[in-house]
Design a protein around this ligand. Structure first.
Ligand SMILES: [Zn+2]
Length: 422
C-alpha cells in the first residue's frame, strides 16, 4: 500500500472509522458515532457528508428520540459495489456474488476436483464469475476473493505446499485473476474465511473464536479481537497435521505420520470403514461397499443417523480425538466460541456431544467457563460470506480509502495498490 502523507492520516482514519462503524452496526446516528469514536462533532459531520457523496452511507429513517429532535439514522449502502467470492474444496467449487454486507445475491455450486490444477480450475472460475456479473453491469465490481483448502501465504495470495492441491504450490492466483477481471484479489485458507464469516454473523460476543472445519480433512481458523489471526506465514490454525499419535503406524496424506486428520478426518474414517468391511464388522457398510466399490465420509455420516454401531463408534472416537486436541487449544487460546463446521455436521449432534464433553472435562475451569461450543450457523455459504467481509473490510481501511476514494471506486484503481501489503 502506498504511504499516505502525514496530513492525510487523520482525514482517512476518520472517514474509515465512520463508514466501518455504521457498516458493522456499532453506531447508527451521528451522536452514536461521536460516542463510539471520540471524534469531534465537526469531523464526524464532514466525514459523514463525504461518505454520503461517495455513495457509501445514506440518511435513512429518523431514529428514536431521547427528548428533542430525533437524530437521523445512517445506513451503509451495501448496494454500492459487488464482490465475487468463491471457495474451492477438494471436490467442489462454490461461487457467489455478494453485496458489500456479504449478503449472497446469487450462488452456484459445481462438482469440481481440485486436482485438475490451477489453469483449468481458474478458467472454469472465470466463466462462472463472468456469468454472475452478466446481469449486474451497472454496479462496480469491488473485489474478488478465493478460499482454498490448504495453507496460503496471505501477503502474496499463493498456496504454500498444500497437501491436497497438486500443481497449486506457489501458483500466482492473485496475478492470474487480477489480470482477467481488474479488481483486487484476496486469497485465503478456507477455514480462515469460514471463521471470519461466522464471527461477523455472530456479533461481538464471538470476536474470540476458534472455528474448526471437520470434513474430508481437518483445519481451523482463529479470530482474535474480531480479526483473523494468520500467524507470521499464514499457517496458523493448520491443526489437521498436528501430531497426536507418537508411533509411526498411521500414514497421513501429507507424507508424515500420526496427524490428527489421519485418525479423525473423513478420509481416514472412510479408509477404516473399508477395513471394517473386510473384517465383517458392519452389514450397513458392506452393502454400500458392495454396491459402489467404495465408502465415502458421507456414507459414514448416514451410518450414524441410521444407528450403525461401527459408524457410531468411529465418529465418537474421532470426536474424542478432535476434542482432546481442542481442550489443549482452548486452554492456550481461551476463545469465547468454539464452532464446528464442515461435513461432520451432517451426523446430527452425535459429534458435537462427544466434543463438548471431552473439551469440558479436559480444559481448565477458567477457560471452559462460559465457553460456547456449537455448530456453525452459516453452513456451506459461510466461506463465501467470510471472503466478502475480508475484501470489503480491507477496502474500507484508511490506507485503501486514501488510495481509491479520490477516484470514486476501488474499481478505478490499479488493483496492486489495494492488495500490496495485505
Ligand atoms: Zn498430515
Amino acid at each position: 500500500m502506498t504511504r499516505r502523507t502525514p496530513t492525510a492520516v487523520d482525514h482517512y482514519d476518520a472517514l474509515s472509522a465512520v463508514v466501518r462503524m455504521v457498516r458493522s452496526g456499532r453506531a447508527r446516528t451521528r451522536p452514536e458515532l461521536g460516542a463510539a469514536s471520540l471524534l469531534g462533532r465537526t469531523v464526524i459531520s464532514q466525514r459523514v457528508e463525504q461518505a454520503i457523496e461517495l455513495g457509501l452511507l445514506e440518511d435513512a429513517e429518523t431514529g428514536p428520540s431521547s427528548g428533542g429532535r430525533a437524530p437521523r439514522q445512517l445506513r451503509f449502502n451495501a448496494g454500492r459495489g459487488l464482490v465475487l467470492s468463491a471457495v474451492l474444496g477438494a471436490a467442489a467449487l462454490d461461487v457467489a456474488v455478494t453485496d458489500l454486507d456479504a449478503r449472497v445475491l446469487e450462488h452456484r455450486h459445481l462438482e469440481w476436483p481440485i486436482a485438475r490444477g490451477p489453469e483449468e480450475t481458474l478458467t472454469a472460475l472465470d466463466a462462472e464469475f463472468t456469468g454472475l456479473l452478466e446481469t449486474r453491469r451497472d454496479t462496480p465490481l469491488w473485489a474478488i476473493t478465493l478460499g482454498v483448502p490448504g495453507p496460503v501465504e496471505f501477503s502474496t495470495g499463493r498456496p504454500s505446499q498444500p497437501p491436497i492441491m497438486p500443481g497449486w504450490d506457489g501458483f500466482d492466483i492473485r496475478g492470474r485473476l487480477q489480470g482477467r477481471h481488474r479488481a483486487p484479489v484476496w486469497v485465503d485458507n478456507d477455514a480462515n474465511l469460514l471463521a471470519l464469516g461466522e464471527a461477523r454473523a455472530s456479533g461481538a460476543g464471538a470476536d474470540e473464536m476458534i472455528f474448526v472445519k471437520v470434513g474430508t480433512g481437518i483445519g481451523a481458523g482463529l479470530v482474535s479481537e474480531g480479526r483473523v489471526h494468520r500467524g507470521s506465514k499464514g499457517a496458523a490454525g493448520d491443526i489437521g497435521h498436528a501430531r497426536v499419535l507418537e508411533d509411526n503406524s498411521v500414514m497421513c496424506r501429507c507424507g508424515r505420520t500420526g496427524c490428527l486428520e489421519a485418525l479423525a478426518g473423513g478420509w481416514a474414517l472412510a479408509r477404516d470403514a473399508v477395513t471394517a468391511v473386510h473384517e465383517g464388522r458392519s452389514r450397513y457398510l458392506a452393502e454400500i461397499h458392495g454396491a459402489h466399490g467404495e465408502i465415502t465420509p458421507a456414507d459414514i455420516g448416514r451410518g450414524v443417523t441410521v444407528g450403525d454401531a461401527w459408524c457410531l463408534t468411529a465418529v465418537a472416537r474421532a470426536a474424542e480425538r478432535v476434542g482432546s486436541l481442542m481442550a489443549t487449544l482452548v486452554n492456550f487460546y481461551n476463545p469465547a466460541h468454539l464452532v464446528f463446521g464442515g461435513g461432520v455436521l451432517t451426523v446430527g449432534d452425535a459429534f458435537l456431544r462427544v466434543v463438548d464433553h471431552t473439551v469440558r472435562s479436559r480444559s481448565l475451569p477458567l477457560a471452559a467457563t462460559d465457553l460456547v461450543i456449537r455448530g456453525s450457523a452459516l453452513g456451506d455459504l459461510g466461506g463465501v460470506a467470510g471472503g466478502a467481509h475480508l475484501a470489503v473490510e480491507a477496502l474500507l481501511s484508511a490506507d485503501a480509502m486514501a488510495a481509491w476514494t479520490p477516484l470514486g471506486s476501488p474499481s478505478a484503481v490499479d488493483p496492486d495498490r489495494l492488495t500490496a501489503g495485505a
